[in-house]
Design a protein around this ligand. Structure first.
Ligand SMILES: *Cc1c(COP(=O)(O)O)cnc(C)c1O
Length: 416
């Protein structure tokens, strides 16, 4: 990295600014995490130089003997981690993984049943502007207005009515554990295949802290940068019978050459997640989120579904007379990063919705525990109750900095 400083100070200044931002602030965006130093070194390695279209042993280029080892290591570790029959580690992102699954499972115009975006779904679950929504016919299910849990009566009714070819389970902003078996039963009853998008909670599944979709789903996708604190990227897990069609859908279906340096990073992060410490990490992620939810609820912050089973807390800040945008901005100036988010049955619009989404992956990677969640939850509710109080914001910004000094961000030292 010093080479960047010498050669390109304009760029270095931005990287240095980002290092300082990550070190001195509390990262509570539920989809973010910190990669380890080993992951970063793998991603910055010579593996970036190699073209390797195809798969290990079946490449379109020469010189692939070492990248083959890297991809086999990533595949073998992912298979052990998730207990699946086949894995494709090449998707450049979660979105690419999902696009490839749709390409393998569907024809344009086919009907798909997925969670409504405003109820916690993802853009790749049929948003009109996304490739998924433009190519396939998506029908949405939602959560119940009273419990904010998935409305399985309505999922079953919609499945009977629309006869989807594919049912999508999984979410970006759903605080509760998803019972995949219930989806599998509904899919079986209507003759649909089941695709579980565990982008957020894959690490919790790997650690045995969340219901496991692998035994019941036809296809499973995940990201490696959220719960697994690996490099930015995606993966697809499936039964052996779908292996050939999934591999063809990833390459040449939706991608060209694989990012071998990122696949090296995926091998490192799966290796890390196979260690026993990772189970403790996942347990602590959930304990931290539950503690945070309790503190906020006790302070009068409305929580969607009343709490959490996972890493994620969705707060309705209109309970405090705020909007999501104001809440996000008032926390940001205290060094607490969250994102504004739609809540189920939101009466506001996506750019200024009613909620904020918080998560504990990143803080837990920094070794924070329940004690810190009490402190941080207290700061959040203080700020949300007085968003215009400049003196309070300044005081909490200082306290956040002090706390951060005690909990180093892994991986940032190799950037200096
Ligand atoms: C994050 C996420 C994705 C996609 O991730 P990208 O890597 O940003 O493309 C897909 N599905 C769900 C449910 C997600 O939360």
């Amino acid at each position: 990295m010093n080479r960047i400083r010498q050669q390109d100070s304009e760029l270095w200044d931005a990287i240095a600014g980002e290092i300082d931002r990550q070190r001195s602030g509390l990262e509570m965006i539920a989809s973010e995490n910190y990669a380890s130093e080993a992951v970063m070194i793998a991603c910055g390695s010579v593996m970036t130089n190699k073209y390797a279209e195809g798969y290990p042993g079946k490449r379109y280029y020469g010189g692939c003997e070492f990248v083959d080892i890297v991809e086999e290591l990533a595949r073998e570790r992912a298979k052990r981690l998730f207990g699946c029959e086949h894995v494709n580690v090449q998707p450049h992102s979660g979105t690419q993984a999902n696009t490839a699954i749709y390409l393998a499972a569907l024809q344009p115009g086919d009907t798909v049943l997925a969670l409504d975006l405003a109820h916690g779904g993802h853009t790749t679950h049929g948003m009109k502007l996304n490739h998924s929504g433009r190519t396939y016919h998506f029908v949405s299910y939602g959560v119940r207005p009273d419990t904010h849990r998935i409305d399985f009566d309505s999922v079953a009714a919609l499945a009977r009515e629309h006869k989807p070819k594919l049912i999508v389970a999984g979410a970006s902003a759903y605080p509760r554990e998803i019972p995949h078996g219930t989806f599998a039963q509904i899919a079986e009853d209507c003759g649909a295949k089941l695709f579980v998008d565990m982008a957020h909670y894959a690490g919790l599944v790997a650690a045995g802290e969340h219901d496991d979709p692998v035994p019941v789903a036809d296809y499973v996708s995940l990201t490696t940068h959220k719960s697994l604190h690996g490099p930015r990227g995606g993966m697809i897990l499936c039964k052996a019978g779908y292996a050939a069609e999934i591999d063809r859908a990833v390459f040449p279906g939706v991608q060209g050459g694989p990012l071998m340096h990122i696949i090296a990073g995926k091998a490192v992060c799966c290796g890390e997640a196979l260690k026993s410490e990772f189970k403790q990490y996942a347990r602590q992620v959930i304990d931290n989120a539950k503690t945070l939810a309790d503190v906020l609820a006790n302070d009068g912050v409305g929580l969607i579904s009343g709490g959490t089973d996972t890493h994620l807390v969705l707060a309705d800040v209109t309970s405090l007379g705020l909007t999501g945008r104001v809440a996000e901005q008032s926390l940001e100036r205290c060094g607490i990063t969250v994102n504004k988010n739609m809540i189920p049955f939101d009466r506001r619009r996506p750019l200024d919705p009613s909620g904020i989404r918080l998560g504990t992956f990143a803080l837990t990677t920094r070794s924070m525990k329940e004690e810190q969640m009490h402190t941080i939850g207290g700061w959040i509710s203080e700020v949300l109750k007085a968003p215009d109080d400049d003196a309070l914001a300044k005081q909490i910004r200082g306290e956040v900095r002090e706390l951060c000094k005690q909990f180093p961000v892994p991986g940032t030292s190799c950037n200096n």
